[in-house]
Design a protein around this ligand. Structure first.
Ligand code: PLP
Length: 486
């Protein structure tokens, strides 16, 4: 593709994306296609001869769009936001256009230094401890996802606990059972990381939660003590600020005090809710953050940076680097030998890395700190309104505290009615919500954080839920489950 053809196609692509984002709220939010429907429209064999750009683009409209669930729709309220924005899309495009590999400082110095600098900015923007800044012993690095961050934290903690021996000689050498702790509501990525790290998912202790679904620090301390009596080596704990199910906030200070006393590595997972800390009034969840050895959050969830972009900070970068560094002959260079630069390949699992910081940098520059704060406040206020509407309707109940932008609620009937309600709302295409289970009950989740969501979308979703609920409850109540006229 020569420069002129690229330019023409590129302008058309940008036009397409802009039109898509302007119109996305008119499309059915959840894709309604059945399994295999998209593949069935693709040719069995790849093209033998070149096909023009126009025909690829036509297939996006014809084949791909019907098979999309529109995560950028302002009527998308499922799971968690994965909000994107113009500046972030442009940063992503530029990263592809530059095509640099930033595995070493020397392979593209700007790729490392812009990243280090922007992540130092973010420490201040979120009110995190100065210990996470690269100017001291800590520092931040971009990862793909929170799953990768927790794995890196776990590996560094494992090495610290075993005197940096298990990297070389394997875990069997240490002769002890390492144990890790997190609440029963912790994201499944930690159990996965335990498997990958060779520690075993069974060595992850699920700490009981309280009525608000947050970790009980007293139970945590008791489990650590029991494991010590049993000859295990407790080494790691994860506190979640904003659980995936219900946005529960673990008591960081109480957990941190146990970790400090017992010398456990404390990782803080704030994947979605971390963005809220842009606003000082939402930083209460950081009380006790000084105990954290590592912290991660996903700008790709709620901070207008398109997937993927996770920030991972550590207090002691030497522990992380000593865990992950490998220096084969072909990567040796003067800058690395001088010790004056960061080589980010030593801070995560992959060797290669792209210029992911561009989109984060662009987003911060486009909105400014105050612009970002304003949208986060707007989203939290929308969630507060929604919560009030639910509370004001006697047919519904709110079933968990709402610290930020997620409302967990249900119709005051049985699980089957709630399940049918959700299914019908989503099938309408006019809004899309997801569910969870809390205290054994089926619960609807209203997650608010789309880039273009306004009060009108939230209001329309609530009206849809209410009217659908009336119809659903009538049918579920009047039609016996074993069929009509027994
Ligand atoms: C979404 C989420 C994760 C997993 O995020 P990935 O970046 O997709 O790995 C982990 N923890 C919490 C609390 C989350 O909300």
């Amino acid at each position: 593709m020569d420069g002129e053809a690229f330019r023409r196609a590129g302008y058309a692509m940008i036009d397409w994306i802009a039109r898509y984002l302007d119109n996305v709220e008119t499309l059915p939010v959840q894709s309604q296609v059945s399994a295999g429907a998209i593949r069935a429209q693709l040719p069995a064999e790849p093209p033998r001869t070149p096909e023009p750009f126009e025909s690829w683009l036509a297939d996006i409209d014809r084949v791909v769009v019907p098979g999309l669930t529109h995560w950028q729709s302002p009527n998308f309220f499922a799971y968690f936001p994965a909000n994107a924005s113009g500046p972030s899309i442009l940063g992503e495009l530029l990263s592809a256009g530059l095509g640099v590999q930033g595995m070493l400082w020397a392979t593209s110095p700007a790729c490392t230094e812009v990243e280090t600098h922007v992540l130092d900015w973010l420490v201040g923007m979120l009110g995190l401890p100065d210990a996470f800044r690269s100017t001291g012993a800590g520092g931040g690095v971009l990862q793909d996802t929170a799953s990768s961050s927790v794995l890196c934290a776990l590996l560094a903690a494992r090495e610290r606990a075993t005197g940096f021996q298990s990297n070389e000689y394997g875990l069997a050498q240490s002769g002890t059972q390492l144990t890790a702790y997190a609440s029963a509501e912790t994201h499944s990525s930690l159990a996965k990381a335990m498997r990958i790290a060779g520690l075993g998912a069974a060595a992850l202790r699920a700490v009981e939660t309280d009525a608000s679904h947050a970790m009980r620090a007293d139970r945590f301390a008791a489990m650590v003590a029991q494991d010590r009596r049993d000859g295990c080596l407790p080494f790691f704990a994860c506190a979640t600020l904003g659980t995936t199910s219900s946005n529960a906030i673990d008591p960081l200070r109480a957990i941190g005090e146990v970790c400090a006393r017992e010398r456990l590595w404390l990782h803080v997972d704030a994947a979605m809710s971390g963005t809220a800390a842009l606003c000082p009034e939402f930083r209460g969840m950081h009380d006790g953050i000084k105990y954290a050895d590592s912290y991660c959050f996903n700008p790709h969830k709620w901070m207008f940076v398109n997937f993927d972009c996770d920030v991972f900070w550590v207090r002691d970068r030497a522990a992380l680097i000593n865990t992950l560094t490998v220096l084969p002959e072909y990567l040796k260079n003067e800058a690395t030998a001088s010790g004056a630069v960061f080589d980010y390949r030593d801070w995560h699992i992959p060797l290669g890395r792209r210029f992911r910081a561009l989109k984060l940098w662009f987003v911060i520059r486009h909105y400014g700190v105050e612009g970002l704060q304003a949208i986060v406040r707007h989203h939290v206020a929308l969630a507060a309104s929604f919560e009030q509407w639910v509370r004001a309707d006697s047919a519904f109940e709110v079933v968990a505290p709402r610290p930020l932008n997620l409302v967990c609620f249900r119709h005051r009937s049985d699980d089957a009615t709630n399940e049918a309600l959700l299914q019908r709302v989503n099938a309408s295409g006019r809004a899309y919500l997801s569910h969870t289970r809390l205290d054994g009950r089926y619960v609807l989740r209203m997650s608010i954080g789309q880039t273009r969501v306004e009060a009108s979308h939230v209001r329309a979703a609530w009206e849809l839920i209410r009217t659908t609920a009336r119809a659903t409850a009538r049918e579920v109540v009047t039609v016996p489950s074993d069929g009509p006229s027994a």
